[in-house]
Design a protein around this ligand. Structure first.
Ligand code: TRP
Length: 379
């Protein structure tokens, strides 16, 4: 049997280039490699609701945004199953049973949950939580629900960003616990991480932290060429590189981090003339040469930004074009999600049946149970 892939995103906003290099680009490669038996890509609306219960319209409106981003980035409904989490009720049912295999203490130790609790300003003190927002139980348990997402599809491989490692670890523990308690039933998944550290954690255009909508430091897949240029132009570089002639720092310099994530040698053939200025002119063949020159001094930020902008547009323009076409056919996109959800539901139902059998709660399916009980009472 070939390997199965599952991954997904919360529909809380449009996808940005951090999503792209962190996971989306890899998914498309995996999809097109033809090496996998099945690929499931999930819009995790139920998970998004765990901390947006009061704002369902935000989630509702972003389903189509994420679907458009997926398909314009190259996810192909002929090759991958694109579906919506909430439409697969089997997932909630699995979660309820897995909850018995996880302790409150174990959830509290999950570093991603811890971080998110802090970030969202939830209080974890019972007394305080009356005034301040407490932790919603559903939110607290979402790692368990994520284990259901993964195991329902018998996924071997889960392509995700670094922040999701604790979720995969938790899912693996649940699988081991389930299998040792009820017999070999579930598949233990593995995370597949981005291939370099720039892709792992692409900083925002401010250079400070991860791209996040609330910080306003994102470049979106759907941004126009003009919007991208404005954001690139304002990007954080090296505060010590004041004069062009000053030696510059490459590490922690956002423009270079973005180039690490996006730039390929072929971009120098296509856009090398961004480095041909009126006063100075360079003939670079690869990113290493650019970095070397920047460290020495003499290479201005504007030149590199112009080049980065060209590289980004090289990647984003085809995505933009496909998005425009898909935007003209929104009912088709919803239809893709509906058909995908039907396929996903059938797959999850099989696993749920396996789980119920293993947990011995398949009463009516089990003819022997009734016969055995009848016999017991006939003695
Ligand atoms: N937690 C993921 C995120 O925040 C989304 C997600 C939900 C997911 N279920 C998943 C990712 C299962 C991988 C596998 O982006």
């Amino acid at each position: 049997m070939g390997k199965i892939i599952l991954t997904g995103d919360r529909p809380t906003g449009r996808l940005h280039i951090g999503h792209y290099v962190g996971s989306l680009r890899r998914r498309v490669e995996l999809q097109n490699s033809g090496k996998y038996e099945k690929i499931f890509i999930m819009i995790a609306d139920a998970q998004a609701l765990t901390d947006n219960a009061d704002n369902p319209d935000k989630i509702r409106d972003n389903i189509i945004e994420v679907a458009l981003d997926y398909m314009s980035a190259g996810l192909d409904p002929e090759k991958s199953v694109l579906f919506i989490q909430s439409q697969i009720s089997e997932l909630t049912e699995l979660t309820f049973y897995y909850m018995n295999l996880v302790t409150v203490q174990r959830l509290q130790r999950n570093p991603t949950v811890k971080q998110e609790i802090q970030f969202r300003g939830y209080s974890d003190h019972a007394e305080e939580a009356d005034n301040k927002a407490g932790i919603p139980v559903g939110f607290f348990c979402y790692p368990i629900s994520q284990a259901s997402d993964i195991t329902a599809f018998k996924a071997d491989i889960v392509p995700v960003g670094e922040d999701q490692i604790p979720m995969i670890e938790q899912a693996r523990e649940i699988v081991r616990k389930f299998n040792s308690t009820y017999g070999e039933t579930l598949v233990e998944p593995q995370a597949l991480l981005p291939d370099n550290s720039a892709c792992m954690r692409l900083p925002g255009t401010d250079g400070k932290s991860k791209m996040s909508k609330s910080l306003g430091n994102c470049i979106y897949l759907a941004d126009s060429a003009e919007e991208v240029w404005q954001k690139v132009r304002g990007m954080y570089t090296d505060p010590l590189h004041i004069q062009v002639s000053d030696p510059g720092h490459v590490e922690g310099n956002t423009v270079f981090t973005y180039l690490d994530a996006f730039c390929k040698d072929e971009h120098f053939e296509k856009y090398g003339d961004c480095f041909h200025g009126r006063k100075v002119s360079f003939d670079f063949h690869n990113l290493e040469e650019v970095k070397e020159q920047y460290r020495k001094g003499g290479l201005g930020d504007m030149m590199i930004k112009t080049f980065l902008n060209a590289v980004l547009n090289d990647v984003l323009e085809p995505i933009r074009q496909r998005r425009k076409e898909l935007e003209q056919n929104i009912p088709y996109v919803y239809d893709v999600l509906k058909k995908g959800s039907e396929i996903a539901r059938a797959a999850a139902a099989e696993t749920l049946a396996d789980v119920k059998r293993a947990m011995r709660i398949n009463y009516f399916e089990d003819k022997e149970l009734i016969a055995a009980q009848a016999e017991k009472y006939s003695l």
